[in-house]
Design a protein around this ligand. Structure first.
Ligand code: C2E
Ligand code: MG
Ligand code: MG
Length: 259
């Protein structure tokens, strides 16, 4: 995989899939998360877990995330123009924590927003805490800059990594994504419901919106709704789909049944 990775591959063989993020209150799609796929000539479609490491090793993580940002923003504007909704759809893009340290990050993001004409308030950047705790001063400074123009910052996979509760309060974040591992345990293991409920309560106190990841079952959706969790994402609603199938879904204006 590493051998096959060259800058040109990104343009030619990378595609984005999109997974809806659904409002638990209305059952309607509020936004989409862009998820990277590699359409290889020989090995079929690969998921990020199969090749992110190679991308990192090949020093392509910055160009990859930049490519994703450009394409996701362009696609979001296209959908916003074609399918108007109130509020307009937002797009969520994953950003490797490493890239926050890149000297051109902020300028490049501004540039993409200008080029694509996406409203910054309709862009959400997801930062995972799996790899590193993004809690040093320089990171916080960058996130503050991005937020000052209206970009939303989301903490991905919350609860799995280095997320000490003490830095949540000082970390400039708008959205918290509760990791799938907690959602899977809803209704199964003693204490899991309470942990999810506790995370939601904490977020509410801090003025942070919650997205539940990996929602697969109606019981999970119902529990999340009962604790006033704002958004949910997972196979219960839809798997990540390619741009064409997502467009079809938007055309139908689908609304999910609410428990
Ligand atoms: P993530 O950002 O936490 O994305 C959620 C992952 O969970 C996605 O896997 C998605 O397909 C999967 N998923 C969604 N709903 C369900 C469900 O109901 N059940 C289960 N079992 N899985 C579900 P995916 O697409 O393989 O991506 C894996 C990770 O790779 C992402 O986790 C993200 O950290 C990273 N990633 C994806 N795209 C990008 C990208 O463009 N840039 C960077 N830096 N990282 C990316
Ligand atoms: Mg994510
Ligand atoms: Mg996640």
């Amino acid at each position: 995989i590493g051998m096959a990775l060259r800058e040109g591959v990104i343009q030619k063989e990378f595609r984005l899939h999109y997974q809806p993020i659904v409002s638990l209150q209305t059952g309607r799609v509020a936004g989409y998360e862009a998820l990277l796929r590699w359409y290889t000539p020989n090995q079929g479609i690969l998921n990020p877990d199969d090749f992110m490491y190679a991308i990192d090793t090949a020093n392509l993580i910055y160009s990859t995330d930049h490519w994703v940002l450009q394409n996701a923003c362009r696609q979001a504007v296209e959908w916003q123009n074609k399918f108007s909704s109130t509020p307009p759809l937002y797009i969520s893009v994953n950003l490797s924590a490493k890239n926050i340290k890149h000297p051109n990050l902020v300028d490049n993001i501004y540039q993409v927003l200008q080029e694509t004409k996406l409203d910054p308030r309709k862009l959400c950047l997801e930062i995972t805490e799996k790899t590193s705790a993004p809690n040093d001063e320089s990171t916080i400074e960058v996130l503050r800059k991005l937020r000052s123009i209206g970009i939303q910052i989301s903490l991905d996979d919350f609860g799995t990594g280095y997320s000490a509760l003490n830095y949540l309060a000082q970390f400039p974040v708008d959205v918290l994504k509760i990791d799938q591992s907690f959602i899977k345990m809803i209704g199964k293991k003693d204490g899991s419901n309470q942990i999810v409920e506790m995370i939601k309560a904490l977020a509410t106190h801090l003025g942070i919106i919650v997205v539940a990841e990996g929602v697969e079952k109606v019981e999970q959706m119902e529990f999340l709704k009962s604790i006033n969790c704002e958004y949910a994402q997972g196979y219960f609603y839809s798997k990540p789909l390619d741009a064409r199938s997502t467009t079809e879904l938007l055309k139908k204006g689908y609304q999910w049944e609410q428990g």
